[in-house]
Design a protein around this ligand. Structure first.
Ligand code: TYD
Length: 191
């Protein structure tokens, strides 16, 4: 099973992925935690580029889309291997992030056609002001106008792709509980 957490910067995905990993271990599963951008050399380059002041420009976005897709393809083999070993893959972002953050949805979808589609995607949704209060402000994407646009795109994509949308404003514990509530039926367990 491949589970993905999505959301705007500052939505709390990283904290929730860690809690999810601990919970899965506690109940006897073997989670395999991944995140995008990855720790690969391409991922490092992406992180450096995200700090650049022209990160929102169109050609820059095209380059980023290509790099994100390349970074992701390295990850696909690892995900497939983990799944074949019976592990539950939990991912902080997937190709859906490229669809909402980079422009030209159709091209992005084509570029990522070999990326695995998660079995379950949970969108952590929250107000931009709350999210920005949690951001470090190091990336160019962490600004209000841009993130408002991204939030809207996420909510639209959630409808067409069938994401579970969670209100991520209610504190770490409540959000963790809500995530467990969504995942447990898929695992055939009660919480
Ligand atoms: P983020 O989850 O914020 O990572 P970190 O916690 O290490 O800062 O992701 C980094 C940024 O990358 C975030 O602003 C979203 C952006 N991003 C894209 O623009 N496209 C993508 O395909 C992915 C995976 C991320």
């Amino acid at each position: 099973m491949y589970i993905c957490l999505e959301g705007i910067d500052g939505s709390g995905k990283s904290t929730q992925i860690e809690l999810l990993e601990k919970w899965l271990i506690n109940i006897g599963y073997k989670p395999f935690k991944v995140s995008e951008p990855t720790e690969s050399e391409v991922g490092e380059l992406i992180r450096k580029m995200l700090r650049s002041s022209n990160a929102s420009e169109i050609n820059f976005q095209i380059t980023l889309a290509l790099l994100f897709a390349a970074d992701r393809m390295f990850l696909m083999d690892k995900i497939r291997k983990a799944e074949s070993e019976g592990k539950i893959v939990i991912s902080d972002r997937c190709f859906y992030s490229s669809i909402v953050y980079q422009n030209d949805d159709e091209w992005i979808a084509q570029l990522n056609k070999h990326a695995k589609i998660p079995d379950l995607t949970i969108l952590l949704d929250l107000e931009i002001d709350t999210a920005l209060g949690r951001c470090e402000g190091k990336d160019h994407f962490e600004n209000k106008v841009f993130l408002e646009k991204i939030r809207k795109k996420y909510l639209k994509l959630a409808e067409t792709e069938g994401f579970h949308v969670l209100n991520a404003e209610n504190g770490v514990n409540k959000t963790h509980y809500d995530i467990k509530r969504i995942i447990s039926p898929k695992l055939g367990i009660c919480i």
